[in-house]
Write a protein that binds this ligand. Sequence first.
Ligand SMILES: C[S@@+](CC[C@H](N)C(=O)[O-])C[C@H]1O[C@@H](n2cnc3c(N)ncnc32)[C@H](O)[C@@H]1O
Length: 475
Amino acid sequence: MTTYSTPATEALAEVLSGLTEVAAWQLVPSAAGDTLLVAGPATAEEGVSGAGSASATHAAASGDAAISGTDLTELPALMRLLDENALLTIARILDRTRLFRGPEPRTAAEVVNALGAVPRHAWIVRRWLRTLVDEGRLAHDPVAGGYRDLTAPDRAQHARARRTLDEARRGMGYPESMTRFFLAAADRLPLLLQDRTSLQGVLFPEGDTGTAEGNYRDSAPSRWANHAAADLIAQEAHRRENGGRPLRVLEAGAGVGGTTEAVLDAVRDARIDYLFTDVSHFFLQAARTRFGATPGLRTALFDINADPAVQGFAPGSHDVILAANVLHNARHAGRALAALRELLTPDGLLVLVESCRERYQALTSMYLLMSPQPDEEGWFTDLRAGQDRVFFSEEEWAKQLDAAGFRPLPVLPPAGHPLAALGQHVIAGRPSPGHGRPDPARVAQALARLPGAARPARVHAVDRVLPTTTSGATS
Ligand SMILES: C[S@@+](CC[C@H](N)C(=O)[O-])C[C@H]1O[C@@H](n2cnc3c(N)ncnc32)[C@H](O)[C@@H]1O
């Protein structure tokens, strides 16, 4: 399969076809310079690492211990209450546009227009419409290409649903500030969609990080995932304790430090060199105040969408990379994973925490933080391109880890665990040996004779390419 079209990519494809070690490639476009992913001949699928099962079981036990006392049987029903609440809020906002009061179908563009949503948030409105259809609250007419027959709550039903939010939040272990946040975001939705106010102001009132901390640290699914992730890292510290140097941890998108806190506690007896990073100065400052006294902890800016080398990060410089609720922000997850693998030692450990199921509360809150910037062309350029979605499923993460050159460890919580269906997962992997992976330096050298415009800014070697953008096979 080959899908190149411009003279520049044709020239690139021609050079790559002369390199016997490159069997497949993919060009990932970016305003900061394109990245070329190159893979060698296909090898047998390695599958989930059996060696990781004991450590996964240990980590799951730590997750369970962190939420002991929580009635897990109640959680799915409470999550459903939160979902229901968001659905009713969306239905009520759409009802207030009056577009659905008559029988004629309305297109997504008409709804975006009626809400006055700015182009960067239009995907959220399209997502609302599809979700209401999935939940039986709206009909989609594929022939007319529109939506009709909205089932919306009246004012009293909506007010009742808003009251149940607090009950659900308490049962899930969220602090009281979460109810205030969800309700405040819901009340401002039309203004938020119009970019006339920002969600940051609601989430971090006067710079206070308490609400976000409650979300990423205190709720039962987050507490479980943070402690399971921390346990995997503590096991890694233990495995390397005679190595003669501190455990070098890079945390990407560390934010309000919900996961950091659990990790620092779990490795408190080990020597560590912990690099707390985020794309935003705001979180680094807060982290210096909060974790500043921790020996071995430093802070730095790091953008998962930019070339680590340009940001001063050396290949093979970390034993552990942790990214909790951040990697879905990668414009191309495969490229970001390949770059992170280069930063790891060959026997290093990657630990991700990710939501693998869409929670409807995000549709009325956090999604506002995930839209592209007004000046950003395109958005996700990976499997999600053109799909108006942010999160990957568990299977999609496994495929992407494998393609980027990681041997996945068993995903946590394990299947059948009461928290598994709620969507928050710990996804870990170790660099695979990469037999036959092309040498990126040699590929870059071969491409040096191309004119500047046809030359990618960076080359990463991967085990497989998942063709979605410009890609090709040389044999
Ligand atoms: C949902 S928060 C998770 C915070 C933290 N990991 C936790 O669990 O407490 C996402 C974080 O990713 C950061 N982030 C967003 N885009 C990023 C990027 N391109 N590179 C690095 N960090 C990013 C945000 O600033 C934010 O702190």
